[in-house]
Write a protein that binds this ligand. Structure first.
Ligand SMILES: Cc1cc2nc3c(=O)[nH]c(=O)nc-3n(C[C@H](O)[C@H](O)[C@H](O)COP(=O)(O)OP(=O)(O)OC[C@H]3O[C@@H](n4cnc5c(N)ncnc54)[C@H](O)[C@@H]3O)c2cc1C
Length: 374
């Protein structure tokens, strides 16, 4: 299956990262900067085509997470590091500020709780403001109160990933495109044998493996013999749609509703070109809710004044998450595999022998980008 057989070549690697989204690329960069020989395996023909390029591109300030959790700590620290990285490497970004709005009085206690949460998380610049103050900042806003987070911003996610990949490659990491990990097995010596598909399938023995396959991470983990089944989380997919607004954006800051259990709520974000988009709505895969209706209903609640002037979100921009999304193709069916015991044949080729492209999809190792490009 997938061309992988007992006679497929066996290669060796020091550290393998599965998945070239923002997480895999950042892990690869850190490993390479720590002196490890890193190979990134990506199933698609380019890096960053998964969730990392289908999100709101917001640099979060750390308002929401329960104090003391890793998420709370890392979001605040990560924001500072991300801004420093973006400034150093010229990644386009802007600290726009953000308003979380209460459109009706019953929502005010939730905004107050969020303010207390933000303060407890160390987001000291967050401030609670009334409706008049909110409208002074954003005249088109419908709000009775708001939490103002001046430190929230936006970033060009693809430029960010390009910069991280460039840094990883500058420290010797290599990227193999069109190289889906089909499965694998933990070896008696503690290494891991991965089964890699693509046009030139192979077995790859690695000392360290990092599973950064995003939505497919649980599926990948469950196909590796020796990984305890109870350590693999169950995946629950949920789909969201984004809608872009043609014409000038009505706000200069990001605008969020009071958040819900399933996420931060359908919000308005801006891209660096100044275009506004609404999203994501939330559609659990078992649900039958009409995403279009949901996003209109939610976004129009707090933009009544502005929509009454006749402007509405107009075009569906993209959808994120879910097996019916393109990235679902990254989870191939479980291969039938019988490991072979022949000694490791060769090491991956050096940067001089591989294709210098991160976008062209070529067989096997030829899919790897130059390890010295930035
Ligand atoms: C709707 C939405 C909005 C969001 N908004 C924000 C936001 O505004 N700000 C923010 O900070 N975060 C946001 N997030 C979260 C953020 O986007 C994710 O946490 C992040 O992108 C996850 O990156 P990743 O590298 O883990 O996954 P991905 O980007 O999905 O990367 C996984 C990679 O693994 C590859 N892969 C999968 N299976 C295999 C395999 N078998 N073999 C080889 N490769 C494989 C995929 O092709 C993909 O390239 C949002 C998330 C969602 C869903």
């Amino acid at each position: 299956m997938h061309g992988l057989t007992n006679t497929s070549p066996v290669e060796a690697a020091d550290a393998v990262v599965i998945g070239a989204g923002v997480v895999g690329l950042a892990v690869a960069r850190a490993l390479a900067m720590a002196g490890r020989e890193v190979l990134i395996l990506e199933s698609q023909s380019s890096f960053g085509t998964g969730v990392s390029s289908r999100n709101s591109e917001v640099i979060h300030a750390g308002l929401y997470y329960p104090t003391g959790t890793l998420k709370a700590e890392l979001c605040v620290r990560g924001r500072a590091l991300l801004l420093e990285f973006a400034r150093t490497f010229g990644v386009p970004h802007r600290v726009t500020g953000k308003l979380v709005v209460a459109t009706e009085h019953p929502e005010v206690p939730a905004i107050e709780r969020l303010w207390a949460q933000a303060k407890a998380n160390g987001v000291h610049e967050a401030e609670l403001i009334d409706g008049a103050a909110a409208r002074a900042k954003e005249p088109a806003l419908q709000a009775v109160a708001a939490l103002h987070s001046p430190g929230t911003g936006i970033i060009d996610s693809h430029a960010l990933m390009t910069a991280i990949l460039g840094q990883a490659q500058a420290h010797g990491a290599q990227l193999a495109l069109c190289s889906p990990v089909l499965g694998g097995a933990v070896q008696p010596d503690g290494t891991m044998m991965l089964h890699v598909g693509g046009d030139e399938p192979m077995h790859l023995q690695a000392r360290t493996v990092v599973n950064a396959a995003g939505l497919c991470a649980p599926a990948v983990a469950s196909r590796i013999q020796g990984v305890p089944a109870d350590s693999v989380p169950t995946a629950h997919f949920c789909k969201g749609h984004y809608f872009s607004l043609q014409g000038r954006a009505p706000f200069s800051r990001l605008v969020y509703p009071v958040h819900t259990a399933a996420g931060l709520g359908t919000h308005l974000t801006l891209d660096l070109g100044g275009q506004a988009r609404f999203g994501p709505d939330v559609e659990w895969l078992s649900a039958t809710a009409d995403g279009l209706t949901a996003v209109y209903r939610t976004s129009c609640r707090w933009t009544t004044r502005w929509t009454s002037a006749g402007r509405r979100p107009s075009s569906r921009t993209y959808a994120a998450i879910g097996p019916d999304c393109p990235q679902a193709r990254c989870c191939p069916p479980t291969p039938v595999f019988a490991p072979r015991s022949r000694p490791l044949a060769s090491r991956p080729p050096t940067s001089s022998s591989v294709a210098r492209s991160t976008t062209a999809c070529r067989p096997g190792w030829a899919c790897m980008a130059s390890s010295r490009q930035g």
